[in-house]
Write a protein that binds this ligand. Structure first.
Ligand SMILES: Nc1ncnc2c1ncn2[C@@H]1O[C@H](COP(=O)(O)OP(=O)(O)OP(=O)(O)O)[C@@H](O)[C@H]1O
Ligand SMILES: [Mg+2]
Length: 451
């Protein structure tokens, strides 16, 4: 049943003004009569005059009142008043619900009109749009601001080399200065392949729906001829890959910072696996897709290959991902579950421990994955402290090192059912990360020895 706005209002007016009034009049009348009864003196009872004997308990006399025709009339009036009041309350509730739903529909219509207008304009209004990215129902591209190519050209100084933050398989990522002082990262995809177009659409689709502190935020997009651009929040410390394998060789990442990064990435992944409905499988977890802000908060990026969980088979989805990070059952049989992401996460955890790339050349043309060569040493407590990244050697509690190594080894088990859920990984990392970095570990300062 649909009630128009005007009809609903008239109904509401009737209910609010007339219904309670008639009920109130009846109730007041009934009450007045009842009060009149109570105020008139009671008829003398014979028992009241009888002498009371000591030790004898006299029960108070019970007034037996024979209902008169008048009493019946009052009772009927009270009943009618109560029924009318009930009806009034129900009708009020129904009318209020209709009025509320009408108001909501009108507001949604107004919002989507605003959004379309904004998309047609030059997309300068990034910030108001951010608050609206949380919708899971709307098509995400509708809620992400479309930006003008010329605005991005100006913001990146015509995509100048000096603004390049990094290079990916499909193009470069540039530092951009929007509106004077809003900095952002712009990924420019040279879109001559269908694959790129698909990843671009996928990226916007997923990132438009997900809002989580450990998942990168997308600020806008642009389609210009053959070029596709995505605008993200700028992550000042780049990717985990550049931190570990770039010029600083991991020297900026202490033991606790590395664990914090692992914990943040696990939190982002847990959100995808446990709190999204349907669940989301990222399919491309790797160190270059874990980005770090100015204080090393980590966020998962690149949702171009992401997909919803469910029963996938080889025909549904082409196995994709990055060599060294892809789970064996997915690579060989196309079997895709959230445990594929857990495998890739385990590889990143090993990368953080060892400070080495997952796949390295061991003489032309052979490559070897550390999941195979390092396994015997990682599982040996006497050898483990010697093979970890020299930058962090002897800087941690060894018990914590054994614990993290054990988690990593479980994550990269060849059999997916032996791997833990990301929620379990998360719970085992939390106690190892200091409170001020988002975990529960309380680090006690060792007193310095005198001299
Ligand atoms: N939002 C961002 N803020 C800062 N730097 C970024 C941002 N996004 C990407 N980068 C940098 O740009 C690099 C390239 O990113 P991109 O996602 O294009 O490729 P990739 O992940 O390295 O590789 P692939 O193309 O195989 O996914 C990243 O490694 C990172 O250093
Ligand atoms: Mg990337």
């Amino acid at each position: 049943m649909e009630v128009s706005g005007g009809g609903g209002f008239l109904l509401l007016l009737f209910v609010v003004v007339l219904m309670p009034r008639s009920a109130t009049v009846l109730l007041a009348d009934a009450a007045r009569r009842t009060l009149t009864d109570v105020s008139s003196p009671p008829a003398p009872s014979p028992a009241a005059d009888a002498p009371i004997l000591p030790g004898v308990v006299v029960s108070p006399p019970t007034a037996v009142k024979i209902p008169t025709e008048g009493d019946n009339h009052y009772q009927k009036q009270v009943l009618v008043a109560v029924i009318l009041s009930l009806v009034a309350v129900i009708v009020m509730a129904v009318s209020a619900t209709y009025a509320w739903s009408f108001w909501r529909k009108a507001r949604e219509a107004l919002d989507s009109k605003d959004m379309k207008l904004q998309n047609r304009s030059n997309g300068h209004m990034l910030l108001p749009v951010l608050g609206k990215l949380n919708s899971n129902k709307m098509s995400s591209k509708e809620v992400i601001a479309m930006m003008d190519f010329s605005v991005l050209e100006t913001a990146t100084d015509k995509f100048s080399e000096k603004n390049i933050l990094g290079k990916g398989g499909f193009g470069c990522v540039y530092r951009a200065c929007l509106d004077g002082n809003v900095v952002a990262a712009v990924k420019k995809l040279n879109c001559c392949r269908q694959e790129v177009e698909k990843e671009f659409e996928n990226e916007l689709d997923f990132l438009g729906k997900i809002r989580h502190p450990n998942v990168i935020s997308v600020l806008g997009y642009c389609s210009h001829e053959d070029t596709r651009l995505v605008i993200y929040e700028l992550m000042k410390n780049g990717s985990l890959e550049t931190q570990l394998h770039g010029s600083s060789h991991g020297s900026a990442l202490s033991w606790h910072t590395r664990l914090k990064i692992a914990l943040d990435a696990a939190r982002g992944l847990e959100h995808l696996h446990e709190h999204c409905n349907p669940i989301i499988i990222h399919r491309d977890i790797k160190s270059s897709n874990i980005l770090l802000d100015s204080v090393y908060n980590a966020k998962i990026s690149d949702f171009g290959l992401a997909t919803y969980g469910g029963n996938h088979n080889r025909d549904d989805i082409n196995p994709s991902g990055t060599v060294g990070y892809v789970a064996p059952e997915y690579l060989l049989d196309g079997q895709l579950t959230e445990k594929s992401d857990v495998y890739s996460f385990g590889v990143v955890l090993l990368e953080l421990l060892l400070g080495r790339k997952p796949v390295e050349r061991v003489g032309e043309p052979h490559c070897e994955s550390f999941v195979s060569w390092a396994m015997p040493q990682i599982t040996d407590r006497t050898k483990l402290p010697q093979i970890i990244d020299p930058v962090i050697q002897n800087t941690m509690d060894l018990r914590h090192l054994y614990q993290v190594a054990a988690v990593a080894v479980l994550c990269v088990q060849p059999e997916p059912s032996y791997r833990p859920l990301i929620a379990d990984v998360l719970h085992s990392l939390v106690p190892l990360v200091p409170v001020e970095l988002g975990g529960t570990l309380r680090v006690v300062e060792q007193p310095r020895s005198a001299g």
